[in-house]
Write a protein that binds this ligand. Structure first.
Ligand code: NAD
Ligand code: UGA
Length: 463
């Protein structure tokens, strides 16, 4: 099937950027991204491309180029499904918050709704592509829903997981390490795989496009995230040992990273990983392993999450201990709230949990983040349901520049590794703070020697 019309259900952090890049690289394909969230679609259609709902370096330029030409954002899901030959499902698959598998399994209700809607609307044969991250064997459930419509329409299900990281989504999409496409090993399955290979071949080398069976593709995505998160928990575990022994985790990371079998990437010790996916996907993996009775496998991967939770809690405890065992009514300034730099996404950000701990200790938190709004920060805290919204509002003040946020603070905590934090006039900040002035660098991005020479008490991770 030669693809000329694509629909993507879900205009989020994956659907939006992924489809923008497909539209840019394939001007002959009409790409329509649909979502139930009217505000999100209105924001994607904002006449000023700088106002699109997701901040990613380079994304607004691509949207400006393709939008209205062959890239469209709409709330008319039925129409887009009806017209497309290929439908990407890119909706959220959060951890279940109810029923069986609560707190572990992936909630597939949005996926199932999409499958039912496609089944209801489709009048011609379609290729349905799983873009969302899904438990292994989800394609089976989707196929069962689609094949039982009784209207004779044929569906092929492909798995095409997304490996982009936020903050570098555009470069990751333009230069992917690999594209993974899983499909049925039947002739129809292979034809469907080839149709999708052809789409990506417009800008990705053929030898970087890997085709597998559906189950390998689904499981590879969970495995990749588990391995990546495991590296962070591994180096974070060593960071605690470094603090006890006088070793420096940055030096240890460099030393082991030069072993070509280990490699240098993803060895930055931190306050703990965040983001919408690592925790959710590992919990899902743990749940799947348990459901097959593989308890040792489940325990092995669960430890990655346990270590990460420990690292976040350890950071807040260290702040309390260092500030003479009380932070009550002290002003602690957070620089950064996003879960990593160059994104406005805060899902599962370590900052939320550290703030929650410190508010429990009656600290007053001031925050500056270059891209995250006050409303977002407050809704992140409210979501934890630790205390009332009013109490969260009393405990947090949000500033639009770092200098004002740090004025009169007892301590500063770096929660996100935004580049601009390294360029500040730290002497000016020091002069405006209570003394002794503490800095807790949860990202090891600041120059400890320079700060100590100014007079700061500096505490990094793992040194
Ligand atoms: P998101 O929450 O940003 O976006 C999902 C969108 O789907 C929302 O806007 C929601 O309104 C919409 N939606 C839900 N149900 C719908 C329906 N029935 N019809 C129409 N729209 C519907 O989520 P995301 O971060 O883009 O993640 C999507 C999937 O991609 C998840 O499975 C995630 O694990 C995976 N993933 C995410 C990333 C990432 O960096 N965020 C990277 C790789 C994979
Ligand atoms: C991650 C993966 O890197 C992507 O390949 C995957 O597609 C995506 O999850 C997903 O499935 O959602 P993302 O979460 O956007 O991408 O960002 P990462 O760069 O992986 O960072 C995740 C978290 O780990 C951040 O909080 C980051 O600060 C932290 N991190 C990362 C460290 O603490 N140390 C490191 O060395 C690297």
């Amino acid at each position: 099937m030669k693809i000329t019309k694509i629909c993507c259900i879900g205009a989020g952090y994956v659907g939006g950027p992924t489809m923008a890049v497909i539209a840019q690289k394939c001007p002959h394909i009409q790409v329509t991204v649909v979502d139930l969230n009217e505000q999100r679609i209105a924001d994607w259609n904002d006449p000023n491309p700088e106002n699109i709902p997701i901040y990613e370096p380079g994304l607004s330029e691509i949207v400006a180029e393709a939008r209205g030409r062959n890239l469209f954002f709409s709330t008319d899901v039925d129409k887009a499904i009806d017209e497309a030959q290929m439908i990407f499902i890119s909706v959220n698959t959060p951890t279940k918050t109810y029923g069986k598998g609560k707190g572990m399994a992936a909630d597939l209700k949005y996926i199932e709704l999409c499958a039912r809607q496609i089944a209801r609307v489709a009048k011609q044969n379609k290729i349905v592509v799983e873009k969302s991250t899904l438990p292994v064997r989800t394609a089976e459930a989707i196929k069962s829903i689609l094949d039982n419509t009784g209207n004779g329409v044929q569906f092929q299900i492909l798995s095409n997981p997304e490996f982009l990281a936020e903050g570098t989504a555009v470069t990751d999409l333009l230069n992917p390490d690999r594209i993974l496409i899983g499909g049925d090993t039947t002739q129809e399955g292979e034809e469907a795989i080839n149709s999708l290979v052809e789409v990506y071949s417009n800008w990705v080398r053929r030898d970087q496009i890997l085709t597998t069976n559906v189950w390998s593709s689904e499981l590879s995505k969970l495995t990749a995230n588990a391995f990546l998160a495991q590296r962070i928990s591994s180096i974070n575990a060593m960071s605690e040992l470094c603090e006890k022994t006088g070793a420096d985790v940055n030096e240890v990371a460099k030393a082991i990273g030069m072993d070509s079998r280990i490699g240098p990437k993803f060895l930055r010790a931190s306050v703990g990983f965040g983001g919408s996916c690592f925790q959710k996907d590992i919990l899902n993996l743990v749940y799947i392993a348990k459901s097959y009775g593989l308890n040792e496998v489940a325990d092995y991967w669960e430890q990655v999450i346990i270590m990460n939770d420990h690292q976040k809690r350890r950071f807040s405890s260290k702040i309390v201990q260092t500030l003479y065992n009380t932070v009550a009514d002290k002003k602690i300034t957070f620089l950064g709230w996003a879960f990593k730099k160059d994104t406005n996404d805060t899902r599962e950000s370590a900052a939320i949990y550290v703030a929650d701990d410190l508010i429990n200790e009656q600290a007053k938190i001031s925050v500056f983040d270059p891209k995250v709004s006050k409303n977002k920060m407050l809704s992140d805290l409210d979501y934890l349901e630790t205390r009332s919204s009013e109490d969260n509002r009393d405990a947090i003040s949000v500033f639009d520049n770092a200098y004002d946020a740090c004025k009169g603070a007892h301590a500063i905590a770096i929660l996100t590794e935004w580049d601009e934090f390294t360029t500040y006039d730290w002497k000016k900040i020091y002069d405006s703070m209570h003394k002794p002035a503490f800095i807790f660098d949860g990202r090891n991005i600041l120059n400890a020697k320079q700060l100590e020479s100014i007079g700061f008490v500096y505490r990094g991770i793992g040194s």
